[in-house]
Design a binder for this molecule. Structure first.
Ligand SMILES: [Zn+2]
Ligand SMILES: [Zn+2]
Length: 387
């Protein structure tokens, strides 16, 4: 297995950082201790620039190669934990009640720190590597906050890569695909406004309950009749609220739900048609629909050339048989999507072995993965920025 000697040597040290981070989980943007730890390490390694406070609590370190000028390539890790009470029983179990690193972001941060240490020691490349540590991946759009603070332009980042551990996949294996890897996750609220009346005199009302029933059914016709069946779309109405008594027709009914898509064009289409169909169906019943569509994380869309490149790097570590190069898309969502909208790049899964699933209270990142993840970053830097 072509793990570099120095990387193998570093494993215990990096595992120590990982376990320290695991014991002290922090949520969303409140990753103050974690980001302070990261920034201190980056300075100790001798990074040329260490900047904190991007996207509130994000950190970027810049490492210049010793072979002269060249482009800057960005590697990203996430730092936040989850509001979960850990039950892993490991000696390094969370010391913070109700918070745990149940998505393995402690491992992601440790691997990127390990790579930063190696790259700052060796600098066997031209141009620069930007190591990006983001807050608030778990629903807070920390990646977007860092982009809004001008991170890409500020450091001249040309390409960007991300990695997530995958329980159930063997340690040292990778999985990736070109195009859509993870779903966009949007939500909506539709208020159907009619006119209330005595339930015994429906002709004096505009009944929003009946109109809402037609809206719910009509929305499913977008999925079944208007979108290519091979282009995934899920529309789920998950709550309906309206009315106060069996003998009163209410004035309004509110529906909420979620939309999941794997292609940007399907997402745009779903937003447009959901709004039109809800409004037109309400009008057909004499009512009115007010639609509030909220876009969550976008599709995690891997760029072709950068995905090919990532497959090559992963294969150099895992062998071709250890890389699933056309893995099925997953309907979960990932904040790194915003960075892939901003720059070309690719997101890859790395096997976490036979462990509990992500977001499960007994989950723990597998420290055996560390050298593989560090090697991926190191080889990527030395290959993309070869002198
Ligand atoms: Zn997660
Ligand atoms: Zn995660």
């Amino acid at each position: 297995m072509p793990i570099l000697n120095r990387v193998a040597e570093m494993q215990e040290e990096v595992a120590g950082w990982r376990r320290h981070l695991h014991e002290t989980p922090e949520l969303l943007y409140d990753v103050f201790e974690t980001s302070t730890f990261v920034a201190r390490k980056l300075k100790e390694f001798g990074c040329d620039t260490v900047e904190s406070g991007l996207g509130k609590t994000g950190v970027v370190g810049i490492i210049k190669g010793r072979h002269g000028d060249g482009p800057t390539i960005g590697f990203r890790a996430d730092m936040d934990a989850l509001p979960i009470t850990e039950t892993s029983g490991k000696p390094w179990t969370s010391k913070v009640p109700g918070k745990a690193h149940s998505c393995g972001h402690d491992g992601h941060t440790a691997m990127l720190l390990g790579a930063a240490q190696y790259l700052a020691e060796t600098r066997n490349f031209k141009g620069s590597v930007a190591v990006i540590f983001q807050p608030a991946e778990e629903g807070g759009a920390g990646a977007l906050a860092m982009l809004d603070d001008g991170m890409m332009d500020k450091f001249g980042i040309k390409e960007v890569y991300g990695m997530h551990n995958a329980p159930g996949m063997p340690v040292g294996n990778f999985a990736i695909r070109k195009g859509s890897l993870m779903a966009a996750a949007d939500s909506f609220e539709i208020e159907i406004i009619g006119n209330g009346s005595h339930a015994a005199a429906p002709h004096l009302s505009i009944d929003p309950v009946l109109a809402s029933a037609h809206v719910i059914i009509a929305l499913q016709s977008i999925v079944s009749r208007e979108v290519d069946p091979l282009k995934s779309l899920v529309i789920s109405v998950t709550t309906t609220h309206g009315g106060t008594a069996h003998n009163v027709i209410p004035g309004s009914v509110t529906l909420t739900g979620t939309v999941r898509t794997l292609l940007p064009e399907t997402r745009d289409f779903a937003e447009k048609r959901l709004t039109e169909v809800a409004q037109a169906t309400a009008i057909a019943h004499g009512a009115k629909a007010e639609v509030n569509y909220h876009r969550g994380y976008p599709v995690t869309f891997n760029h072709d050339n950068e995905t090919e490149f990532a497959i090559g790097i992963a294969s150099s570590i895992a062998g071709a048989a250890g890389v699933e190069a056309n893995t099925p898309p997953r309907m979960g969502a990932e904040d790194f999507s915003y960075m892939l909208e901003s720059r070309p790049g690719a997101f890859i899964f790395i096997g976490n072995g036979d462990t509990a699933g992500l977001h499960h209270p007994s989950y723990d990142f597998n420290d055996d993965v560390l050298p593989y993840g560090i090697s991926y970053w190191v080889k990527m830097a030395e290959t993309a920025l070869a002198a």
